[in-house]
Design a protein around this ligand. Structure first.
Ligand code: GDP
Ligand code: MG
Length: 296
């Protein structure tokens, strides 16, 4: 299945919400309300919606557009523009890089690590996985299954062990084997903010005690949680130096507009999207493909 068909729900709801807009024959005051409603329904978020509408309205006026379909073309361009400026590369140092995966329970951290490890393994890269979610034995098991599939090594501790020390051990192991990338899982317990900050900062500090550097802290967000996910995300970005978002379960939601809200309201680029449970269902986020699919 192609990317476009995988995000069928997102597309269908976006297209559906534009029906009223498209039924209009001219560009008058009312169509801006229709457009605003459509963007809000898609979970683009109030701030981004306001900005987009203002810009599109301004341009439509300047270009004396009097055809709703032309307005949509301008919107499409503006939506691409607002995502395109960010750098989405997953950063790896010349020596040993550590990527931390953070986010609440159930969002898809372990699955995303597993998919990424498998993909990198097929490209010939060796990876060490750190089972930093030490609070549930099942989490370690889940990571071990992915490790088998991706021919990676998992370093784990006993249940309840300090996640920092597990990640530290994983980095040591990677260094001793000449492996250049450690993907570190973490627990997704619900924290108070100061708690979360302390824990994540400790993990980072201890992870970097050895030969490695944390080059990515990826916040995993479940797209189906909509604006709630955004509130969680804000807590994490305040607590950790988040460098990118992996947005999962885009195949299971109609609320794809969350990508714009994350990008603009959190100022963090979406770097990866999850569109299913298989290895190949994790993709680098491509703004043009995504926006064009919405308008397809
Ligand atoms: N449909 C779909 N399911 C996903 C995706 N990513 C993760 N999942 C599922 O979400 C559930 C929770 O994932 P998990 O990795 O255990 O979350 P964690 O608690 O953050 O580690 C699992 O059943 C995954 O298979 C995705 O992109 N699409
Ligand atoms: Mg997990």
């Amino acid at each position: 299945m192609t990317f476009t068909s995988r995000i069928g729900k997102v597309r269908a709801s976006f297209t559906g919400s534009l029906t009223k807009f498209r039924s209009r024959n001219e560009v008058d005051g009312l169509i801006w309300e229709d457009l605003e409603e459509a963007l809000l329904l898609a979970d683009v978020g109030a701030t981004t919606t306001d900005r987009l509408i203002n810009e599109v309205r301004q341009l439509s006026k300047e270009e004396q557009v009097n055809n709703p379909e032309r307005v949509l073309e301008i919107l499409q361009r503006k939506m691409i523009d607002s995502l395109e400026s960010s750098n989405r590369e997953l950063r790896q140092d010349s020596s040993l890089s550590i990527w931390l995966f953070v986010g609440v329970n159930g969002v898809g951290k372990t699955t995303t690590i597993g998919k990424l490890a498998s993909q990198r393994n097929s490209m010939g890269q060796k990876i060490v996985l750190a089972a930093g979610d030490t609070f549930r034995a099942a989490a370690v098991e889940q990571l071990k299954q992915w490790a088998e599939l991706s021919e990676s090594t998992v370093i784990s501790g006993s249940e309840g062990a300090d996640p920092s020390s597990v990640i530290f051990d994983a980095v040591e192991h990677a260094a001793s084997k000449g492996v250049e990338l450690v993907l570190a899982d973490t627990a997704g317990r619900v924290h108070t903010k100061s708690n979360l900050m302390e824990e994540l900062q400790k993990i980072r500090r201890v992870a970097e005690k050895g030969d490695g550097t944390v080059t990515e802290t990826l916040l995993v967000i479940d797209a189906t949680t909509g604006q709630n996910g955004l509130i969680q995300a804000r807590q994490f970005t305040e607590a950790a130096q988040v460098t990118g978002v992996a947005l999962t379960k885009l195949d299971g939601t109609s609320r794809g507009g969350i990508i714009f809200a994350i990008n603009e309201e959190l100022g963090i680029p979406v770097k990866l999207v999850g569109i299913g449970e298989r290895v190949e269902d994790l993709l680098p986020f491509e703004p043009t493909d995504f926006v064009n699919a919405l308008f397809d």
